[in-house]
Design a protein around this ligand. Structure first.
Ligand code: 13P
Length: 335
């Protein structure tokens, strides 16, 4: 295991107030978003859309790394360049989603387990050879009546740790993503308690599997009330609760925490990240960054709409959202 290479990559992923852009939607997720806008659900459309994203002028000013999907790394831009090469030429680190998605967990109604450990060692070896330098695995935890169960938390945490150990063996930095979903009417306090427990178990499992904390990135949810909760909270309350929770459970050896957006609006995701950095940046042991999918892409996707003629305007919107999050990392984002 090349420890220094892992540490250098992990640090580079959160350096200079830049963050990660997730464009690793699986076929069903990407197709669902296209279908809503009447965009053809084809490999060609997915390729065109992702070409629009990676060719955005100035993307590397705010984006340190991009998370790709397996289909995309085998596709090419119209000029014949691969996506990996295009990003590398811009100084953006390419990474890849390696989990195989979630399925219902046996014996645990309403809960999910993430699959993808089978043959993962071989897949990671291929990805490393292709020039990818980090990977992502997403576990999903649902809050509801009687859930999450201990069984679900433990099984997902163990899978995350086994994935992370395999990544580091292959020289790839693992992004460890245990997402506590926003769906439901639970309170901010419940989200806090569940996230605290989940992260505690995740780090216990990472330790058990011998994962190098300096060579990984944590990708958690922010601490927010459920989408249907009547008591929504201010940006500052979310920022305070999130930092408090992370300070309790994330070891200082972890170089960076890159939040998922999880269905927050683009503006709220930036504002909350901004408040955390504005209030706490100088006091934290790790970088507080972003690894947003929807919160960066959503406005651009709506403008692009599958039309070549809209590429320029869509890229402006994408550039804008990415830049907003650079400002948010500095604590200088203005809504
Ligand atoms: P969202 O920011 O849209 O939640 O996506 C981030 C991600 O990569 C989820 O796995």
């Amino acid at each position: 295991m090349d420890v220094q290479k892992l540490i250098d990559t992990a640090r580079a992923m959160v350096a200079d107030n830049k963050g990660l852009l997730a464009m690793d939607e699986s076929y069903p997720t990407c197709n669902k978003r296209f279908a809503k806008l009447g965009i053809p659900e084809t490999a060609e459309s997915r390729c065109d859309y992702r070409e629009m994203i990676v060719t955005t002028e100035g993307l590397n000013e705010s984006i340190s790394g991009v998370i790709l999907f397996d289909e995309t790394i085998r596709q090419h831009l119209k000029d014949g360049t691969s996506f990996i090469k295009t990003l590398t030429n811009k100084g953006i680190i390419p990474g890849i989603k390696v989990d195989a998605g979630t399925v219902d967990m046996a014996g645990h109604p309403g809960e999910k387990i993430t699959e993808g450990l089978d043959n993962l060692r071989d897949r990671l070896e291929e990805y490393a050879k292709m020039g990818l330098r980090f990977a992502k695995w997403r576990a999903v935890i649902t809050i509801g009546k009687g859930i999450p169960t201990w069984a679900c938390i433990k099984a997902n945490a163990q899978a995350l740790a086994r994935y992370a150990a395999l990544c580091q063996e292959a020289g790839l930095v693992p992004i460890v993503e245990p997402e506590v979903l926003m769906d439901g009417d639970h309170s901010l306090e419940r989200c806090f308690r569940v996230t605290e427990q989940v992260l505690h178990v995740v780090f216990e499992q990472l330790y058990t599997q011998g994962v190098l904390l300096e060579g990984m990135i944590l990708k958690p949810n922010m601490i927010v009330p459920g989408l249907d909760c009547l008591q929504q909270k201010t940006v500052e309350e979310v920022a305070d609760a999130t930092v408090k929770c992370l300070m309790r459970v994330v070891p200082a050896a972890v170089p960076g925490i890159a939040f998922l957006s999880g269905g927050q609006t683009s503006e709220l995701a930036s504002a909350r990240l901004n408040a955390m950095n504005a209030r706490y940046k100088s006091k934290l042991p790790w970088e507080l960054s972003f690894s947003f999918g929807r919160a960066i892409q959503q406005p651009a996707l709506g403008i692009w709409h599958g039309e070549e003629a809209n590429v320029g305007e869509a890229q402006e919107a994408l550039y804008h959202r990415a830049s907003c999050n650079l400002s948010a990392r500095r604590g200088e984002y203005l809504e």
